[in-house]
Ligand binder design. Structure first.
Ligand code: SF4
Length: 403
């Protein structure tokens, strides 16, 4: 856990009123991450909810109540109307969201859609470990149009390094069975893709190919959470080695070099998009405003929950759906800091040639006790290596195409 030395670490001292006077406008939230259940049926050792700095889950209700769902629905509807937002994402997370049960998830989907009304569409997704994904859930998700993302770290050996039950049993066989139920037949259209956390001990090409086995439309590789005080596994910040950059490059080359496009890889696709002059749609690269907010089981409003890996309370806002609108959340320094582009970057990042593409990396990975989040990513050298490589490959292709 990071040892905090200064209550006014950046961005707590960010002057939001001055930003507003300067003409900055907050970006309304478009993604609402609802932690409908706060516990999990796995005990993955890298989990930022249970295994890292913030242990706030211990004091939260296990399951969201219908009363809290009603408050959340009405706050989302209020926000949609105030900002005339045509489309929002409602994403169920946990813990493991399927532990909430079919009826509570159905109730949450219908309550939010009915509060929002016809003015905006509500796209619904669950991010699950898959263990409880049976035919009853699949029928309900089909009926409600709920897409399902599954977490899987690769083949059995790779996945079961971390994604294990509390008694140490691996989860791969159960996840594979769930993926077969999801992808083999009439429910395939609900499959939203696979989320894999990188482990340097897993071979990148074998990992990518193990994910491909389920023919996902999209794969996302996540870097393990860490910061300057608690570096990620296998990384010695400040040294020249780039183990995560090298790992991702091997996966990129396998993906990009395939004779046909086998799947989308979110991180790689977004880097290419940024290199070609577009704006990012994910928070781990680029400088686009982050328009996502988290609702805990007790109705507390929080920032992205990967911040739980940094220190106790790092994701807290102190606001609650019973009292506070989402507009109030948008005016918090910690939330504004995610929306002001390169004004939120450290001096080193502001002087960096690839800052528009990298964007300082994932905010959570920038933390250092004392200076807070005004730092380059702890993955800085790896990001330079990956982005430079992707740039070289794409530039070479473009040159060939125009030769
Ligand atoms: S984290 Fe590193 S690579 Fe990224 S913008 Fe900052 S200095 Fe550049």
């Amino acid at each position: 856990m990071a040892d905090r030395t200064d209550a006014l670490e950046w961005p707590m001292n960010l002057d939001v009123e001055a930003l507003l006077r300067d003409g900055w406008h907050p970006t309304p939230f478009r993604q609402f991450i609802v932690k409908i259940h706060s516990r999990c049926n796995l005990a993955c050792d890298y989990c930022y909810v249970y295994e890292m700095a913030d242990q706030g889950w211990r004091d939260r209700p296990r399951r969201m109540t219908p009363a809290t769902i009603a408050l959340i629905a009405s706050r989302i509807a209020e926000h949609v109307r105030a900002h005339r937002i045509p489309e929002v994402d409602l994403i169920f997370h946990g813990g493991e969201p399927l532990l909430a049960g079919i009826e509570l998830i159905r109730h949450a989907v219908t309550t939010v859609r009915s509060a929002v009304g016809p003015e905006a569409s509500v796209n619904v997704r669950v991010q699950s470990n898959g263990l409880l994904l049976d035919s009853a859930f699949l029928r309900t998700f089909d009926e409600l149009g709920v897409r399902v993302g599954i977490s899987l770290d690769g083949d059995a050996r790779g996945n079961d390094r971390h994604r294990r039950h509390a008694d140490g049993r691996g989860s791969h066989d159960e996840v594979r069975a769930a993926l077969e139920r999801l992808t083999a037949g009439r429910y395939r259209h609900l499959f939203g893709g696979l989320l894999a956390t990188v482990d340097l001990r897993n071979d990148p090409v074998a990992t990518y190919e193990a994910l491909l086995e389920f023919a996902p439309a999209e794969v996302d590789f996540l870097l393990p959470h860490g910061n300057w005080n608690s570096p990620p596994p296998g990384l010695s910040p400040g040294e020249h080695a780039t183990p995560y950059g090298d790992w991702l490059i091997a996966a990129f080359d396998r993906w990009y070099g395939a004779p046909v496009r086998e799947t989308r890889v979110r991180l790689f696709g977004e880097i290419i998009r940024l290199l070609l002059g577009g704006a990012s749609r994910i928070e781990s690269v680029g400088l686009s405003p982050v328009a996502m907010v988290v609702l805990e089981t007790d109705g507390s409003i929080e920032q992205v929950d990967t911040l739980k890996s940094v220190y106790e309370g790092a994701s807290a806002t102190g606001l609650h759906v019973a009292r506070d609108s989402f507009d109030a959340v948008l005016r918090l320094p910690s939330v504004a800091a995610r929306q002001i582009g390169d004004r939120a970057l450290s001096a080193q990042c502001r002087g960096c040639a690839i800052r528009r593409v990298c964007g300082g990396g994932l905010y959570t990975h920038r933390y250092r006790a004392g200076s807070g989040f005004a730092n380059p990513s702890v993955y800085c050298a790896d990001l330079v290596r990956l982005i430079t490589h992707v740039h070289q490959v794409i530039a070479g292709d473009l040159r060939e195409g125009t030769a």
